[in-house]
Ligand binder design. Structure first.
Ligand code: FAD
Length: 472
């Protein structure tokens, strides 16, 4: 293994491994240092992929539970869930994907250095655990060390009764009851999984509504659906303490009416966000500038140290709101590798980053919410269309939700598209392209949407924005 490289990437998550591949494609001699026993980081091993695998099991269970309506015959067997098989299938998918990253490293002649990396002075990376060595880096060190679960003051994740997503993806038995703290993407996805699997689920959110970063109409629709499914929703509620016992967790909370309340459950899942990982990196000794623990970067991902850049979950631009998303970390990795190789830097428009939440019903959104557009001074025009009207939604038996378009009245430009309902996480791709191309509502109206598809709701929402949906 060579000990000097053009580029050394620290961390093999969706930010790091993609940056490494792009750098290698552009002719740079590249290594990626990863201290976990597997490549792929959070997304492949403990995040996007395992949770979506569990959600797919939940979806198939939903169909099976409605077997009479679907005309399925299941003999005398009661419909149940074999968690061992669920975990086996999920682990197999994860292994295939992490194996895929290893294959791509080999294909692109990227060395995977197994160990923990530390910044060791200009153009130097020291491997402090694993394959111990010091590597010389000619062009750039890329810090892509990602994030990890973080709790709130007073609540300690003991990984037994008080758990994070890392433990929740691997539970060998369905919890009888679970309280989920936090209603961001991770919290609501696990609420959907465990409720469908049969748990008694309570979700607690400090803010007044679920999925607080989404458009208010989406939050309201999700809350309505969750309540219908039997998920207990406690918004504007603050958990003040959590005590783990041998078989349960006891919680004290300040409820929305200001009174105190108590809750007990088999597990408490803390889904209150993720904090940056910089342990072992030697950031302080190297003089790396940080903010609230995140690595501070400029708009081209440069840190304050010459020859050191950073991307992904670990970075901040110095203001709150750098989304922690797999596809965003990859896009940053590509833009950065291209800059390092001498190509033109193509900046990312952070208003055009799609966000998908795979709860039931699922959410896809891109661009400004109605409230954000108004706050930025736009004269806003809104149009929405309910999925339930569509033939395709009726065929799938999934009639909840809608598509909502936020547009600027003056130029007819689409500013944001927000959807909740079946296939929203796929449909958002069209909306993302529309924003990227600065599309008008008129252009979306003239774009023909195939029938019967869920995408017809996007076209109809565009019609509705101009005051005349065809089918409502
Ligand atoms: P990470 O994936 O965290 O990778 C960092 C890597 O760096 C790790 O492998 C770590 O071991 C390694 N590392 C750290 N320090 C060192 C060091 N000093 N030396 C060597 N190696 C080091 N995002 C989506 O877009 N869609 C989803 O559906 C989605 N679902 C999620 C579900 C869950 C439950 C969770 C927790 C997250 C989810 N995310 C999702 C977020 C997504 O996983 C992250 O945004 C993404 O993984 C960030 O990638 P990254 O490369 O910045 O960091």
């Amino acid at each position: 293994m060579a000990s000097d490289y053009d580029v050394v990437v620290i961390g093999s998550g969706t930010g790091g491994y993609v940056a490494a591949i792009r750098a290698a494609q552009l002719g740079l001699r590249t290594a990626c240092v990863e201290r976990a026993p597997v490549v792929g980081g959070t997304c492949l091993n403990w995040g996007c992929i395992p949770t979506k695998a569990l959600l797919e099991h939940a979806h198939s269970l939903k169909i099976a539970q409605n077997w009479k309506e679907w005309g399925l015959t299941l003999g005398d067997a009661a419909i149940g869930l074999d968690m061992n098989q669920v975990q086996t299938r999920k682990d197999k998918i994860v292994k295939q994907l992490t194996g895929g990253v290893e294959f791509l490293f080999k294909k692109n002649k990227i060395d995977w250095i197994k160990g923990s990396a530390r910044l060791a002075g200009k153009g130097k990376v020291e491997i402090t655990e694993g394959e111990k060595q010091t590597i010389s880096v000619k062009k750039e060190i890329i810090v892509a060390t990602g994030s990890q679960p973080r709790s709130v003051p007073g609540i300690e994740i003991d990984k037994k009764r008080i758990i994070s997503s890392d433990q929740a993806i691997a539970l060998k038995a369905v919890p009888k009851s679970i309280v989920i703290l936090g209603s961001g993407a991770v919290g609501v996805e696990f609420a959907s999984i465990f409720r469908r699997f049969g748990s008694d689920v309570t979700i607690i959110e400090l803010l007044p509504r679920l999925v607080p970063v989404e458009d208010e109409a989406v939050s309201a629709e999700l809350e309505r659906s969750f309540r219908k499914q039997g998920i207990k929703v406690l918004t504007a509620t603050k958990v003040t303490s959590a005590k783990a016992g041998a078989n349960s967790v006891e919680l004290d909370a300040q409820m929305s009416d200001g009174k105190s309340g108590k809750l007990t459950a088999e597990y408490l899942l803390v889904a209150t966000g993720r904090g940056p990982v910089t342990s072992g990196l030697g950031a302080e000794e190297a003089g790396l500038k940080m903010e609230r623990g995140y690595v501070l970067v400029d708009t081209e991902y440069r840190t304050n140290l010459p020859g050191v850049s950073a991307i992904g979950d670990v970075i901040t631009f110095g203001k709150p709101g750098h989304p922690q998303l797999a596809h965003l970390s990859s896009a940053e990795g590509i833009a950065l590798a291209e800059r390092i190789s001498g190509q033109e830097f193509r900046p990312i428009n952070y208003d055009h980053v799609p966000a998908c939440t795979y709860c039931d019903p699922e959410i896809g959104s891109v661009g400004l919410t109605e409230a954000e557009a108004k706050a930025r001074g736009f004269d806003v025009r809104i149009g929405s269309f309910k999925f339930g009207i569509l033939g395709r939604a009726k065929i799938a038996g999934e009639t909840e939700g809608f598509v909502k378009i936020v547009a600027d009245k003056k130029y007819d430009e689409i500013l944001g598209v927000h959807m909740i309902g079946l296939r929203s996480t796929e449909l958002v791709a069209e909306a993302t392209l529309a924003l990227r191309l600065e599309c008008t509502v008129e252009e979306l109206i003239r774009t023909i949407h195939a029938h019967p598809t869920m995408s017809e709701a996007v076209g109809e929402a565009a019609h509705a924005t101009h005051g005349a949906a065809i089918h409502s």
